[in-house]
Design a protein around this ligand. Structure first.
Ligand code: MG
Length: 266
């Protein structure tokens, strides 16, 4: 079932989204060589609790952390750990959820640790742009397939693989609601978007094959070929007219041509 949110429900999601965005800004500033993924997780948990919100992932489906920390060839759902120290040249995807009065915000960024190669910067840039290309398609009357097709065109156009095994989702008083929002698809197909719906769009883009496998810890998803992977996500509220992206971190600049002008600002 796809839920249509009330004005009050959207307001709770806006607050949760703002806290997620600020948490990601803190994590971006903190991800540096020598810092462990466990330390990043503790920072995020402390920050979210201090805002009066609840970490959205901790305990959900049994996940032990506040942040999913996925390094290099890890795609999603990496478990933070005090012994997993970041090294210069790594990339780390950090995926965070927060709950305000029962309502979720959910977003992810992938950031370089120290200095990374131009090849890796390109992967991050393309994945970020593919997310915003998807967001640009969020309009009442458009379909879920329009979002996936836009994401896929940018990512595959750059020669990368788009992960099929994990997809975006509706979001509200549950983290994962209907509909599924794949990062691939055919324009004009799938669920019709309506004002009052809320979705999380989250492309995972691999340097090589789109195929993935899960490690023996039963959580960490890695690329099948060991190529590196990037992941960006935003929670988007659907209105008549332009969508509202509630999880934008203060320093995030939407890439051209998807500038602020076409989106509602908070
Ligand atoms: Mg999500």
């Amino acid at each position: 079932m796809i839920t249509i949110k009330s004005t009050r429900e959207f307001e709770m999601m806006r607050q949760a989204g703002r806290i997620v965005g600020e948490t990601l800004a803190l994590l971006r500033r903190s991800a540096a060589p020598g810092v462990s993924t466990g330390e990043l997780d503790a920072l995020a948990e402390e920050f979210i609790l201090k805002q009066g919100a609840i970490p959205g992932f901790k305990g959900l489906y049994g996940f032990p952390g506040t942040v999913c920390t996925s390094v290099n060839e890890e795609v999603v759902h990496g478990i933070p750990h005090r012994r997993r120290k970041l090294r210069n040249g790594d990339i780390i995807s950090m995926d965070v959820g927060a709950i305000v009065e029962g309502y979720y915000g959910d977003a992810a960024i992938t950031v370089p640790v120290g200095e990374v190669s131009d090849k890796v910067k390109h992967l991050l840039d393309v994945t970020h742009r593919s997310l915003w290309a998807g967001i640009e398609m969020v309009r009442p009357g458009n379909r879920v397939g329009d979002i996936g097709a836009a994401v896929q065109a940018i990512a595959e156009g750059a020669g990368y693989g788009v992960v099929r095994d994990y997809v975006g989702h509706g979001i509200g008083n549950k983290l994962h609601e209907e509909p599924q929002v794949p990062n691939y698809g055919t324009p004009g197909t799938g669920v019709v978007l309506k004002a009052g719906m809320a979705i999380a769009i989250e492309p995972m883009v691999n340097m090589g094959t789109f195929q993935t496998k899960t490690k023996s810890d039963k959580w960490t998803v890695v690329t099948a070929d060991g190529g590196w992977s990037a992941h960006f996500e935003h929670t988007v509220l659907i209105h008549e007219g332009a969508p509202e992206v509630v999880t934008v971190a203060s320093e995030e600049v939407p890439p051209p041509p998807f500038g602020e002008s076409s989106l509602q600002s908070e």
